[in-house]
Design a protein around this ligand. Structure first.
Ligand SMILES: NC(=O)c1ccc[n+]([C@@H]2O[C@H](COP(=O)([O-])OP(=O)(O)OC[C@H]3O[C@@H](n4cnc5c(N)ncnc54)[C@H](O)[C@@H]3O)[C@@H](O)[C@H]2O)c1
Ligand SMILES: O=C(O)C[C@H](O)C(=O)O
Ligand SMILES: [Mn+2]
Length: 558
């Protein structure tokens, strides 16, 4: 009925086009359904039964042959952004070939689909736009968000990854251009942890942008307004969350790349009310804790004896501080003792008690000492064993900083977590060269191996993709009521425990990416065990948790 009405309207606009209902009943529609399309892999029998005869070339191909063709196409592309555009187009045509390709070589494809290439894709989102994916919620839908969400064709949505675009990687506020991030994050749920793609929905919560040059860009695709004021944003978010619960009652809301203060406020507001987490706060904290735990296995040090200094005191810095302090408390420290082992610098210098610009979350970690903006001097006083960059300030860990850390520590732990590559606080080469090979180093992106004085050093990639897909898989199978910080602590240890002696010997702090699915299923198994033990899971406990999880994994085949 609706189809007929729409079809007649369409005819009115452009009479040469076939009415929609005619297309929907033809085999051709199947070739345009990426999650059902097999393309040249449709068998002769299927072609006959589904009205596909004559619509495909003669050859009937295997999935492996289709993947081979994709790989040969990729070889002809000039750079990773071109490969990204090609792969997104492939996902639009044939989801099975897309995931088969990505999952056959995750180490190669993660940096193409995700960080750092996704940064370029976001910056040029309006220019390279080809086809809609996911949903866009704007202030103009106020009062009707539930109605709009019902336009999504699937009802069994289990995860929404939602961004305002307010803080995309270290690129600042890029508004609706940020849509590349929820899309990419959810692709990794499937690529790294085999969560079925059908239950994933990327959402760009378009609240406007502070970015005036984007608002003036003719190709910009978002609302061309300054962002909503805090009270209005909170009201619209409340309507969105309520609507999600109504339309997709089993859905977990994954917050990603909101402006730091918004991120912290929303997590505080919703963590005890709904099934939700913030990846930049909790996922990042978990991956940082995993790297520190792995470093302790190499140095023999105890986590509760570390002193941790941050450059950057936003959603990531505060999130990591909180999880490290929680972990230290499980080792016998009081909350006050744990927080005293943590210090943060931000754009205005040391986070210390006399400052009047601190948020409630920052005040907990305010240092007692006098104000200072001298980072190197403070390193010499505070004597950190671990240095973490989450500042978006490229090059902030200069030679003086790395040398100061190396004078204080036999094996200084140095994490330059700001993304993408151009924002990292230092490069792997700088960390190893300036520390004379002493640094235990990781960054948000994967830097190449470094040769220093005849020895090869392999940097870790401290990126939350080691954690959130496993959290997603655990949530998918165990259907927990809530996600707690303990889930993220369990995930951190499960990840660190998979860095075996061979990797430790090379100074590696994270498991290898070749076997990322195996790694994340192992991590998810530990999280699920914890969810059952803690009474969070809402399904019956199976006898063999690992086998039960493996039985529910998405497999890219026809
Ligand atoms: N590797 C990962 O998995 C991962 C995860 C989350 C965030 N990050 C990266 O961390 C960075 C920060 O993210 P966030 O969510 O905390 O952002 P945020 O906006 O909440 O916080 C940024 C912080 O950096 C401080 N800062 C800005 N310029 C500075 C300067 N010149 N010197 C010192 N401090 C400065 C700000 O004052 C603020 O405290 C981003 O680049 C992001 O890509 C990486
Ligand atoms: O997206 C990433 O690569 C990690 C992180 O969530 C970030 O915001 O930088
Ligand atoms: Mn992020």
């Amino acid at each position: 009925m609706a189809d007929t009405k729409m079809a007649s309207q369409l005819k009115h606009v452009e009479s040469t086009k076939a009415p929609l209902h005619a297309l929907a009943s033809s085999g051709l529609a199947l070739l345009h359904e990426p999650n059902q399309n097999k393309g040249t892999a449709f068998s002769r029998d299927e072609r006959q039964a589904l009205g596909l005869e004559g619509l495909l070339p003669h050859a009937v191909e295997s999935l492996d042959r289709q993947v081979e063709r994709v790989l040969s196409h990729l070889d002809t592309k000039m750079d990773d952004l071109e490969r990204y555009i090609y792969l997104i187009g492939l996902e639009d045509r044939n989801e099975t070939v897309f995931y088969k390709t990505i999952m056959s070589d995750p180490k190669r494809f993660i940096p193409i689909l995700y960080d750092p290439t996704v940064a370029d894709a976001c910056l040029t989102f309006g220019n390279l736009y080809r086809r809609a994916r996911g949903m866009y919620i704007t202030r103009h839908m106020k009062g009707r968000i539930a109605e709009v969400l019902r336009n999504w064709p699937r009802k069994d949505v289990r995860f929404i990854c939602v961004s305002t675009g307010g803080r995309i990687l270290g690129l600042g506020d890029i508004g609706a251009n940020g849509m590349g991030i929820p899309i990419g994050k959810l692709q990794l749920y499937t690529a790294c942890a085999a969560v079925p793609p059908d239950c994933l929905l990327p959402v760009l919560f378009d609240i406007g942008t502070t970015n005036e040059s984007l608002r003036a860009d003719p190709f910009y695709l978002g609302t061309r307004e300054p962002p909503l004021a805090e009270a209005e944003l909170d009201e619209l978010t409340e309507e969105f969350i309520t609507a999600v619960q109504e339309v997709f009652p089993d859905c977990c809301v994954h917050f990603e790349d909101w402006k730091g203060t918004d991120a912290i406020r929303m997590l505080d507001r919703y963590r005890d009310r709904i099934l939700t987490y913030n990846d930049d706060i909790q996922g990042t904290a978990s991956v940082a804790l995993a790297g520190i735990a792995a470093a302790m296995n190499i140095t023999g040090g105890k986590l509760s004896e570390q002193r941790v200094l941050f450059l950057g005191a936003g959603s990531a810095g505060i999130g990591i501080s909180k999880l490290i302090a929680a972990e230290m408390q499980t080792k016998g420290l009081t909350a006050e003792e744990a927080r005293a082992r943590i210090a943060l610098f931000d754009v205005n210098g040391l986070v210390e008690a006399s400052r009047t610009d601190l948020t409630e979350a920052q005040k907990l970690y305010a240092h007692k000492g006098p104000p200072t903006k001298d980072f190197v001097k403070f390193i010499k006083e505070f004597k950190p064993t671990v240095l973490i960059g989450v500042s978006t300030k490229a090059g902030a860990f200069n030679q003086q900083v790395v040398e100061a850390m190396s004078q204080l520590n036999e094996r200084p732990v140095i994490f330059a977590l700001s993304n993408p590559t151009t924002k990292a606080e230092c490069t792997a080469e700088q960390a190893y060269t300036w520390s004379k090979g002493k640094a235990l180093f990781a960054a948000g992106v994967q830097f190449d191996d470094v040769e220093f004085e005849g020895k090869i050093y392999r940097p870790g990639q401290a990126n939350n993709f080691y954690i959130y897909p496993a959290i997603g898989l655990a949530t998918y199978v165990a259907r927990p009521k809530r996600l707690t910080d303990e889930c993220f602590i369990v995930a951190a240890h499960a990840t660190a425990d998979q860095v075996g002696p061979a990797l430790c010997a090379k100074g590696m702090l994270y498991p290898s990416q070749d076997q990322i699915l195996e790694t994340e299923v192992t991590t998810a198994t530990r999280i699920v065990e914890y969810m059952f033990d803690a009474g969070l899971a809402q399904v019956e406990r199976p006898r063999d948790i690992r086998a039960w999880i493996e039985g529910q994994l998405y497999k890219p085949h026809y």
